[in-house]
Structure formats: structure tokens, C-alpha cells
Design a protein around this ligand. Structure first.
Ligand code: PGA
Length: 301
């Protein structure tokens, strides 16, 4: 059994994260000598150096890196324990940290709004980002829940599908293909496609789809928001494959046209995702259940 105190661990986590004794001291409202002393005691009791100094900078040793991983995990567990105990005491703080894929934001805010009507006491932190960034946030345990396309294996996640996410081909209404029936998929190889940035789930799903049909459309135009893509398609710069959720308004007002291309829509699903070993707060549980019920109510499947 290691002889160390939680205080030492907390100080170590701060120094290792900041790679600076002085920044850690400021963060913890301690003096720098107090911080150095605790690290020295910790190194002594572990029998290994945790930092090495090169010039003015400090770096983690291999033992330091291992210790950092454990100290972060322990700190996260303590926060979780605090939350659980607060809930048990009936003082549920109702703090929900949720991240949604930028494409999911078109419906997620509405769902959050109706959830909040029945849970007005909750504090909501919403982050909107792309699929790759979401996976990073889940890996780092920075969020409670994510709404995204199916996550890949190997991230220790629980993913439950709750709604369909059809990907469709859009064009400017005056595009000659608009209104044509059953356009062969090979026709897309003659068109310029405006695509999302690397890391977007929409992009990787369409790439996989085109590969499986052995089609290679021209993809010289890359944009990192659905809004920019829609504007560019409207302006006649090319076609795009987007989630139907992002274009309902433009289709209704006829600012964009849906193309009837063979094998489309690409059928994807939206998932509510959390880390496998995460103990969800009562609020996070309630929101997860709310999404699953909403999905069923909409008869999405
Ligand atoms: P995105 O959508 O394209 O906004 O990253 C997420 C997904 O479809 O997985």
C-alpha cells in the first residue's frame, strides 16, 4: 500500500497538469515552497522521481506520467463520490454537461428546451462540436453525455440509438438535377461535392458510402459548418451530402432542393453516449431516458 495523502495527490495532479510549481501553487492557494515540499515528500515515499528539470522547465518522468494518470482518475472518482453523496442527501445539484455533434444541434436544443421545462432547476452546459472532438471529451471524462453518430469500438462507451439520421443529397433549386427521378449514383462522380471537415461524422459516413459504391466525387470544397455548406450549395457552388435534420427549413422554403439519387438516403442513427464506467447523476439519467422516450414517441424506427 502506498503511503501518500489525498492532499499530496491533489498537489501532484495540479503540478503535473500545469507542469509548473508556481502555477499549481497559485491554483491551490498555497506557497511555492509548500508545494515543492509536498512533491518532495511524495517522491520520497514512492522512491522514484516524478519530475525532471531541464533548463527552467520541468517534465514528467515515466513514473510521473503513470502517477498523473492515477491521480486524475482518483480526483475524478472523488468528484463523482461527492455528487453521489449530495444526491443521497437530497441536494441534487442538477448539473448536466452535454456535448452534441454540430449536426445534432439542429434538434438537440429543442429537446433540451422541453427537458428543461420539466426540470427547471438544472444547470445546463451545452457544447457543440464535431464527432472527433466529442470522442476526445468522452475519453477525458469531461462530459456526462454526448449526442452523436454511432461511436467506434475501443472507447469503452455505452451508446444507445434513439432517432434516425438520414443523410441526403442537396442542390440549389435551379440545378438541372433538381426534380429528376432516380438519378444514378454514378452521376455524382461528375459533380463537385462540398464536404465537412476531417473529423466530421457526416463526412466519414459519406466517404464510406461512396467507397462502397466505388464512386469518387470531386471534393475540393471543405467547410467546417453545416451552415456554410448550405449557403454554398444555395449559391450553386456544388452539391452536398448532409443530414436531413439540418435542412428542413430550407427545403420547406424551397431555398434548397433534395435530389432523388439512387441508394440515398444513407441511413444513420443518433446515439446518446456515455462512458461505460461513469456513474450518471440523476439529472443525466433523466435526460438519457427522456431522449430514449422521445425517440420512441416520434416512431423514429
Ligand atoms: P458531425 O455529426 O458531422 O457534425 O460530426 C456527427 C455524426 O454524424 O456522427
Amino acid at each position: 500500500m502506498l503511503h501518500l495523502t489525498l492532499r499530496q495527490l491533489k498537489i501532484y495532479e495540479a503540478v503535473a497538469r500545469n507542469l509548473s510549481y508556481s502555477r499549481a501553487a497559485r491554483e491551490l492557494h498555497l506557497t511555492q515552497p509548500a508545494v515543492s515540499m509536498q512533491i518532495k515528500l511524495l517522491e520520497e515515499s514512492l522512491g522514484l522521481p516524478l519530475f525532471e528539470k531541464l533548463g527552467k522547465k520541468i517534465y514528467l518522468t515515466e513514473a510521473g506520467r503513470e502517477m498523473y494518470r492515477y491521480s486524475r482518475a482518483i480526483a475524478e472518482q472523488l468528484v463523482e463520490a461527492e455528487l453521489v453523496l449530495a444526491e443521497l442527501k437530497g441536494m441534487e445539484r442538477g448539473n448536466l454537461k452535454i456535448s452534441v455533434a454540430s449536426t445534432a444541434n439542429y434538434f438537440a436544443t429543442q429537446l433540451l428546451a422541453s427537458f428543461r421545462q420539466t426540470h427547471p432547476q438544472i444547470t445546463l452546459n451545452l457544447d457543440v462540436t464535431n464527432r472527433e472532438a466529442l470522442l476526445g471529451q468522452l475519453d477525458q471524462n469531461e462530459i456526462d453525455l454526448a449526442i452523436m453518430g454511432q461511436p467506434p469500438d475501443g472507447h469503452d462507451l455505452i451508446a444507445e440509438s434513439f432517432m434516425e439520421n438520414p443523410l441526403v443529397v442537396i442542390a440549389a433549386p435551379d440545378n438541372p438535377l433538381a426534380g429528376q427521378k432516380n438519378i444514378p449514383i454514378s452521376r455524382l462522380a461528375e459533380e463537385t461535392l462540398i464536404v465537412r471537415e476531417e473529423g466530421s461524422g457526416t463526412r466519414s459516413a459519406s466517404e464510406r458510402f461512396f467507397q462502397s459504391h466505388q464512386i469518387a466525387p470531386l471534393t475540393g470544397l471543405v467547410m467546417n459548418t453545416n451552415e456554410a455548406i448550405k449557403q454554398s450549395v444555395q449559391a450553386g457552388m456544388g452539391l452536398a451530402v448532409v443530414s436531413l435534420h439540418t435542412v428542413s427549413l430550407e427545403l420547406e422554403t424551397k431555398r434548397l432542393a433534395l435530389l432523388d439519387v439512387a441508394f440515398f438516403p444513407i441511413q444513420r442513427y443518433w446515439f446518446i453516449v456515455h462512458r461505460k464506467n461513469k456513474r450518471l447523476s440523476a439529472t443525466a439519467q433523466a435526460f438519457r431516458q427522456f431522449l430514449l422516450d422521445e425517440g420512441k414517441a416520434k416512431k423514429a424506427f
